[in-house]
Structures are given as C-alpha cells and as structure tokens.
Ligand binder design. Structure first.
Ligand code: NDP
Ligand code: OXD
Length: 337
C-alpha cells in the first residue's frame, strides 16, 4: 500500500484500479474445485459421475491436486491426518460413508461443516446382511460348517431365537430393528436419547444398557464410535448377556473390548460372534479373532457406499455449501456422530 500511495495523481488512481481488478479477479475467478480424498480406492467412477452432476467444477483426486487453495469441498474417507489442513479455502467436508469417526479423529481437522452419507440403498444393504447373518446362526450353519470340516453327519434343529436387541437406533439401527419386528421377533433397541418406535421396546442411556440386552438371543451393534462408545462393550457388558447368545458387530471394532469378547466366547455367555469391523483393518494376520472357532469374520462389507446412489446427495451438498445452506445429514460435532 505504501508504494502506490507515493505515485502522483492519475498514475496512483490507475494503479489502484488495476490492483482492485487483480484482487477482484482472484476472488471471483479462482477456479474452485472439489477434492476426492479417499486413499487406496479406485475413484474413476465417483469422479466421472460427480463430474456429470457438476460439469463446471474441476473434480480432482488427492494427492494430485492442481492447487490446494482452490479446493472448497472435499469428499473424504479415512484421510491421512493433516491433509485437510492445507485446504485453506475449504467450506465443507462430505464423509464418503455413514460413520465419521476416522474423519473426526484428525487433530488438525478444519473447522467447517461435515456431512455424512444416509442412503436407503446403504440401509437396505445393512438390513439384508443382518438378515442373512441372523438366519445363518438360526439355521446353525456355523455348526454344520464346522461339522463338515470333520466329516460329521449330525442333524440338529434350528436355534430358537425370539429376542433381538439392536444397540443404536439411528438410520441403520432403527431400520434393522423394524425389519426384525416385521419378521415377528421381539425387538429391543438402545440409544442415547429416549425414543418411541412402534413395536420396539426402547431403552436409553447408560443405566438401561443391561436391561436392553438382558433377554436378547442376538445382539446387534450399530453404534457410532465416539468417546462414549469406545470399548463400551466390555467385560461388564458381555457378562450381562444371556447364555448362548450371539453377538454381531457391524459398527466399529473399537466399540468392543476384544479381550472381553474372547473371554465371553471362551467361558460364556456368548455362543458365537459375527464381526464385520475391527480395531485395525485389514485385520492383522496374527489376530486371535481370525482363528477362533466361534467367530465369523467378514471384511467390512455389510454396507458399502454405493457410488451411483450417493452421487446426487454429494453434488447437492456441494451446491448447499456454496450457498451457505446447512448440509444434508450434518454431523453433530459435540455428539461425535
Ligand atoms: P446414526 O448416527 O444414525 O445412529 C447412531 C445411533 O447410536 C443413534 O440412535 C444414537 O442415539 C446411538 N448412540 C450414539 N451414541 C450413543 C451412546 N453413547 N449410547 C447409546 N446410544 C448411542 O448412525 P447410523 O445408524 O447411520 O450408523 C451407525 C454406525 O454404523 C456408523 O457410525 C458406522 O460406524 C457404522 N456403519 C458400518 C458400516 C459397515 O459397512 N460395517 C456401514 C455403515 C455404517 P440417539 O438416537 O439418541 O442419537
Ligand atoms: C460406513 C462404513 O461408515 O462403510 O459407511 O463403515
């Protein structure tokens, strides 16, 4: 500023005009972009579909960003910590999944609104996976699979399941609870705040957790991973379950204390566990969970984000962030989910 002020008369005015023009151009013409920050995944399909929905916006795949300062919107999944910090013009973060724990664990997370995926196709996938797993145990396919390894022919009738408890009554948990209610099970659910859902016995808060699971033959975990839920399913929790119950975790591995789970399988009360999620993924080769005869391991596949069904909500959220509107499916940073 001091320099151009020393220009005499018209020259100074001209300089001011040019400078204002350059600043204006910088603010209006900087080609703002969307960054896809989803390491270790092929992103061509997402990039193409999003480009079709937003033809005028450059969509770049991290780490190959043209200019980090151009990024105004980031679609993120398990980002390396720190990589969002350099996006100085970021206006919003769109999580590419339903759970935001990996995004929120970044200590350098920029202070911008975050949204997550809520998608009927994702919900259907989760319900269908859970339906299959409950049938698998009800029909004793776990037992027959083990017997087959030993060439054993020992018929046995189905397990008598009547009660199912779902931990977490959000988008996925409430859909799962309603599904099993429709199939004729007695269904209970547990959440943070109290709820009233038709046909479901609802429990809420720490003090009602044991009550919620006391009569369950099957317990399904669909809680988010937060400071309050980390390692929450511990020895105390497993000791509150019925003998011969089945535990299914499709939420996050770190909600479960693995040593307590193994003890509950080895010494009771659990008969079996199906685990789709783990503290460390991929599950390390030396994890005892791989080899345990009463554990079914699936590689985090119960409900995978479907690019074709979520692209419109991502594009819509981009537009909303540009207009300063609240994003669809916003994350509550105080609650952590
Ligand atoms: P929501 O945020 O819609 O629901 C979360 C539920 O958990 C709510 O009912 C909430 O209670 C309850 N809850 C949160 N904290 C506590 C607590 N401390 N005590 C009791 N209840 C609590 O999440 P979604 O249903 O969409 O998803 C759940 C989780 O599933 C995701 O966070 C993700 O980790 C996992 N997931 C796994 C997938 C997989 O492929 N394995 C795929 C998709 C999701 P309230 O209603 O009172 O807020
Ligand atoms: C999710 C997941 O949270 O895939 O969407 O785990």
């Amino acid at each position: 500023m001091a320099i151009y002020r020393s220009f005499p008369g018209t020259a100074s005015a001209l300089y001011e005009l040019v400078l204002a023009g350059v600043i204006g151009w910088l603010y209006t013409e900087l080609p703002m972009s969307i960054a896809l920050i989803i390491p270790d995944r092929k992103l061509d399909d997402l990039q193409q579909r999003l480009q079709q929905a937003l033809p005028d916006i450059p969509i770049e795949i991290w780490p190959e960003l043209n200019e980090p300062a151009e990024v105004e919107f980031a679609v993120v999944w398990k980002q390396p910590h720190g990589c969002l910090n350099g996006l100085v013009n970021l206006k919003a973060i769109q999580c590419f999944g339903a759970g935001v724990d990996s995004i929120l664990s970044d200590p350098t997370l920029p202070d911008v609104p975050i949204s997550r995926i809520v998608d009927p196709a994702l919900t259907d996938a989760m319900v269908s996976y859970l339906d299959g797993v409950v049938s698998y145990y009800r029909l004793r396919l776990d037992l027959f699979s083990a017997q087959q390894q030993q060439l054993l022919w020992r018929p046995k009738g189905p397990r008598k399941f009547s009660h199912i408890t779902v931990l977490g009554l959000g988008e996925l948990g409430s859909a799962a609870a309603q599904h099993f209610t429709r199939l004729g099970f007695h269904v209970a659910g547990w959440s943070r705040s109290s709820k009233s859902l038709p046909g479901i016995q609802c429990y809420a808060g720490e003090e009602q957790l044991h009550q919620a699971v006391a009569s369950a033959d099957v317990i399904i975990c669909l809680l988010p991973l937060t400071a309050a839920t980390e390692s929450r399913l511990n020895t105390n929790f497993f000791q509150a379950l019925q003998p011969q119950s089945i535990f299914i975790n499709v939420a996050r591995g770190a909600i479960v204390d693995d040593a307590a789970l193994l003890a509950a399988l080895n010494n009771g009360p659990l008969a079996a566990a199906c685990l789709d999620v783990f503290r460390q993924e991929p599950l390390p080769q030396d994890s005892p969970l791989w080899q345990h005869p009463a554990i079914l391991v699936t590689p985090h596949v119960s409900a995978v984000t479907n690019v074709s069904t979520v692209v419109s909500q991502i594009a819509d959220n981009y537009q909303r962030s540009q207009q300063g509107l609240t994003l669809h499916h916003p994350v509550n940073l105080l609650k952590g989910y």
